[in-house]
Design a protein around this ligand. Sequence first.
Ligand SMILES: *Cc1c(COP(=O)(O)O)cnc(C)c1O
Length: 379
Amino acid sequence: MAFDSLAVHAGQSADPGTGAVIPPVHFSTTYVQDGIGNLRAGYEYGRSGNPTRTALEEQVAALEGGRHGVSFASGLAAEDALLRAALRPGDEVLLGNDVYGGTYRLLSRILGPWGVSLRVVDMSDLEAVAAAIAVRAPQILWVETPSNPLLRVTDIAGLARLGHEAGALVVVDNTFASPALQRPLAHGADVVVHSTTKYLGGHSDVVGGALVLNDDALAEQVRFLQFAAGAVSGPMDAWLTSRGIKTLGLRMQRHSENALALARFLHEDDRVDRVYYPGLPTHPGHDIAAAQMSAFGGIVSVALADAASARRFAESTRLFQLAESLGGVESLVNHPDEMTHASVRGTELAVPAEVVRLSVGIESLDDLRADLDQALSAR
Ligand SMILES: *Cc1c(COP(=O)(O)O)cnc(C)c1O
């Protein structure tokens, strides 16, 4: 089946007992055994497995074109499980220089004290990556493309080649593009990470995370951590995420159309210094994005004249609501330096204070454009 059919049907068969087209949410924490250890469908206890969670895991794996999907209570819980499954004390992660601030915090402040070291590089510059690998081969290359919030684009196939020559695991955080627009495993990545809180859930009403990978041994280790450390997604969260995913293709199409139109509008506007959007031909990663993505996504960042102008703009929109997070049907505006990226202020990952990030929703384009126009004129 093709993508939009998988989004609706993968993992989602009708309930055999009642014929309910939408499978029920399984809240039960425990399962009857027909004799000791004789399980009816492999389910025993809610932390080790739950049918609603299994449905989500099958759906996400199908959409990313991977063998194994593993779902977690948050994107960071998914990242934590992967890092602990793949790394040992003394290992190193080579990290993109504008990854999600929470990823940097997890590595530097949680895994760092356990003996995992960290180096940061501009992943969109493959020569810089090769030079960093030549100094020391890392165990993991970790990239976001497009990245947050500067929308840097990395050639996933090129990065995967470099990583694999060095024996590293190549991890792509695909939260921004979603599998509707980009499938990193097909370009050679080893593991895809998602904050399903964003586009997969899509409605800003559920926190979650997922990993998709093909390697059986690593998947088994990740599943063991999911079970043994316990950061599982709850049944209602899994169900809400599955429901959101059914419309992912439609939503990403509309997010991308709106974002491209607004990026063009902002690019033409003298009140804006710079627009960061991979769909603009002036974007340095445009050609790579056009080759590895089917559309350019819903995130647009802008640089204004200075930090004060950026703050004023972010506080003057009306339809774009001032809030952290992204990827929901509603449009949001965020001042990264003081909001989402406050935890990386003063580090190598700091975001310039004149940058504002827009998560462009699926509202009517004219309303969104009018809102940005009035906010740019605010005094
Ligand atoms: C939000 C986000 C995360 C973290 O996910 P949570 O669900 O908030 O734990 C990781 N990566 C990216 C790109 C994100 O936007």
